[in-house]
Design a protein around this ligand. Sequence first.
Ligand code: SAM
Length: 232
Amino acid sequence: MSTLSIIGTPIGNLEDITLRALKVLGSSDLVLCEDTRMTKRLFDRHGISVPTKSYHMHSKLSRVDEIITLLKAGKNIALVSDAGTPGISDPGSELVSRIRKECITEISAGELKIEAIPGPSALTSALSIAGVPCADFTFLGFLPHKKGRETLFKEITASERTMVFYESPHRILKTLDSLVEHLDTAKKVTVCRELTKIFEEVVAGSAQEVKAYFETHTDKVRGEFVVIVSRE
Ligand code: SAM
């Protein structure tokens, strides 16, 4: 029996990792990492020493063949990304999809298992502290830079549902500009910045108010951002 474990890791605070994640990481034959140097910081903090190999967006298809061969040989492999949950705006889903297709016989025979070791995600962390309706919501990942961007802003504006997306420090002001342009003033914008880190911050208000805040506090236009648009 071999296992591919998809493991959630911290989004900033290195203590945000489950006991099960530490146990599985420490006993894996191989850990696939988006960036081995980032994962080393986590391993050093928790005294884990196991072989690592890179697996990222640009990994060749042959890397997946290598992984499948190892799994078929009975090895236990873990997958982590630089932060949060693999597959959520991060590498992982293509690998899982190929393994589900190409190892269908082993999976049905109970010889190979793909398991979730859940952990943090910026998406759920932001929603948990924003105080917005989140019984149902739409997650948009990163907004496109050009094609489809306008259409998406129209969708965000028209939706009654809470809309969540990821944004970088280089584009947050531009995105807030677009929200000011499109949103009606009754809509609430919540920006969650640097979650779980020293400068964690939640800024909420109309698009205009949130934009004015970041234009005034230019020192805060850095780090990592989750943007939420909601009706209240
Ligand atoms: N897989 C990750 C997850 O589960 O949240 C997301 C990875 S994605 C490449 C990185 C983006 O997630 C960042 O640009 C930012 O928008 C968001 N993000 C990650 N960590 C964050 C944090 N500590 N605070 C706010 N946003 C964060």
